[in-house]
Write a protein that binds this ligand. Structure first.
Ligand code: SIN
Length: 533
């Protein structure tokens, strides 16, 4: 039996929750499907904040120029302009929802500064902005009678009219619903809805070292691609320059806002080095800083570098960065007195499912919002703290587009087919999953990292192809389970990252290859589209 909604939102971070709230405000019924619990999202880990023009010494043009500069020639300027301009209205809504941004003694926003921004313009809630936004939005969702939050539902694939043989022309193809695994009952359910919104967040778990939580497995990009939807610019993976180094491999984010408050990077001899790499030194755009750290570490063989914020008072640091201060203290580092050991780690996917400024994808009825999408805001390198801004602005615009779409589209009343498992059984070879997870993530880290070469990318492609064959085989022979579904998606995303990286015969933004060290005159997006059959 089908479960019916006007719209299904996949994911419960800032993008998904905002989108669901906006759709529900228009009188539509919404299910939010989340593969873990409602609070498991990347948003919860966002420390820095949300970039927005709010001060009278700042202006839209300056935010636009900083974004274009960071994006290294690949931003879609009209998209940047609209998102930046819509920001203040969406910030006011967050405040109405109960969010309290940090303020200075005079009651004005305490605006933070981050790499690539020419001004202080980051609204924040100390160093826990993402969590504060997530909490406020969840409270609002829980009050909405039209939204059902379905936790532990893992979306496997979309159902489209083409897949079901209901249309011949590509133009008629549209989304009809989806299959989702109820993780607790282990049954796959069929959901029917004329609108599906992908807001599944990022994909940085594809790398061995990442700032992202376990859920960031690129599900939305993989699901869309398998449905024949266009994706782009997947090679632009942003590596955050400063995460806390630990020998266990766990990577805790040390916000760029710490450098915004005066922290400087030092090599293991204690010397600063960023001036050699960029006139903005420690506050250069993120791609430049991450590459500089990589180069310094490779040159000296050091396992990490230092971040020095000892110039600030302990009382200031405790108040401005309580989460970072406490985490470091737990590891025996008093950041007011000692340097912090830092290394880069995979942080953000700048490419993704292509959307227009209304969050519409290339498939009718399918929308994408947040890190999963590629609106054209980030180009080849995202400007710090622009992502939360993009999520709230695009959710607002997307919900309006959903309303328009539904007012002109007849909902398909045909019963969608139930999932057929083909008599598969539980796997007796779980080791295949754990081995392939490790192999994939190490391959990506070693061969598709901050500095690339064609040879390394080709090596990665060969290995990923083998993993892909093995996991496809596993998928068709064994009962579906979350770990398998995540790995299937990660492998799909890894393939796309490598293919896009091989397509780009230049170095630009976050994609740096020793074989083509310069930027080409030609401006290209690396687009790819899965087969919809
Ligand atoms: C940070 O706090 O450095 C991360 C902010 C972001 O990725 O935009």
């Amino acid at each position: 039996m089908n479960r019916d909604f006007d719209a299904i939102v996949v994911g419960s971070g800032i993008a998904g929750l905002s989108f669901a709230l906006k759709i529900a405000e228009k009188g539509l019924t919404v299910a939010i499907l989340t593969k873990k619990t409602r609070v498991d999202s990347n948003t919860n880990y966002a420390q820095g904040g949300i970039a927005c023009v709010t001060s009278n010494t700042d202006d839209f043009e300056s935010h636009l120029q900083d974004t274009l500069e960071a994006g290294d020639g690949l931003c879609r300027e009209e998209v940047v302009r609209e998102i930046v301009r819509d920001g203040p209205a969406r910030i006011n809504e967050l405040i109405e929802q109960g969010l309290k941004f940090s303020q200075d003694e005079s009651g004005k926003f305490d605006l933070g500064r981050e790499g690539g921004h020419s001004q202080r313009r980051i609204l924040h809630v100390k160093d826990m902005t993402g969590k504060a936004i997530e909490d406020a939005l969840i409270r609002a969702v829980e009050k909405s009678p039209r939204i059902q939050m379905l936790e532990h539902f893992f979306v496997i694939d979309l159902l489209t009219s083409r897949k079901l043989g209901k249309c011949k022309e590509e133009l008629e193809n549209k989304v009809l619903g989806l299959y989702a695994l109820d993780v607790h009952s282990r049954k796959v359910e069929t959901f029917r809805a004329p609108v599906v919104v992908l807001s599944t967040g990022g994909a940085s778990q594809v790398y061995l070292y990442t700032t992202n939580p376990d859920i960031a497995t690129g599900d939305g990009v993989a699901i869309a691609y398998r449905a024949g939807v266009a994706v782009e610019n997947m090679e632009f993976i942003q590596f955050h320059p400063t995460t806390l180094y630990s020998t266990t491999g766990e990577r805790f984010l040390i916000s760029e806002a710490v450098r915004g408050e005066g922290a400087v990077l030092r090599n293991l001899k204690g010397d600063t080095f960023m001036k050699k790499y960029h006139p903005q030194a420690d506050l250069a755009p993120r791609d430049v800083v991450a590459r500089a750290i990589d180069a310094e570490m490779k040159k000296s063989g050091a396992p990490h570098l230092w971040l020095d914020i000892t110039g600030k008072e302990e009382s200031f640091l405790k108040n401005r960065f309580p989460a970072i201060y406490t985490r470091c203290k737990q590891l025996g580092i008093n950041i007011a007195k000692e340097y912090i050991p830092v290394v880069p780690a995979a942080h953000y996917a700048c490419g993704g499912v292509i959307t227009n400024i209304k969050a519409e994808t290339s498939l009718k009825g399918l929308y994408a919002c947040g890190e999963v999408s590629s609106t054209g805001l980030h180009g080849a390198n995202r400007l710090a703290s622009n992502s939360l801004l993009e999520a709230v602005v695009m959710a607002h615009r997307g919900a309006k587009a959903v309303q328009d779409y539904l007012s002109t589209t007849e909902a398909d009343k045909v019963e969608l087919p139930s999932w057929i498992d083909g008599g598969v059984h539980d796997s007796d070879e779980q080791v295949v999953l754990s081995h392939n997870w490790d192999e994939l993530r190490r391959t990506m880290w070693d061969y598709v990292g901050i500095v690339r070469t064609t040879k390394r990318l080709e090596r990665a492609r060969t290995r990923i192809l083998n993993l892909s064959r093995e996991i496809q085989d596993y998928y068709w022979n064994f009962t579906v389970e979350p770990r398998l579904l995540e790995l299937r998606n990660l492998i799909q995303v890894a393939e796309l990252i490598v293919e896009c990286a091989l397509m780009r015969k230049e170095s630009r933004g976050l994609h740096y290859t020793l074989d083509y060290p310069n930027r080409s005159e030609e401006k290209m997006d690396t687009q790819s589209r899965g087969s919809s059959d």
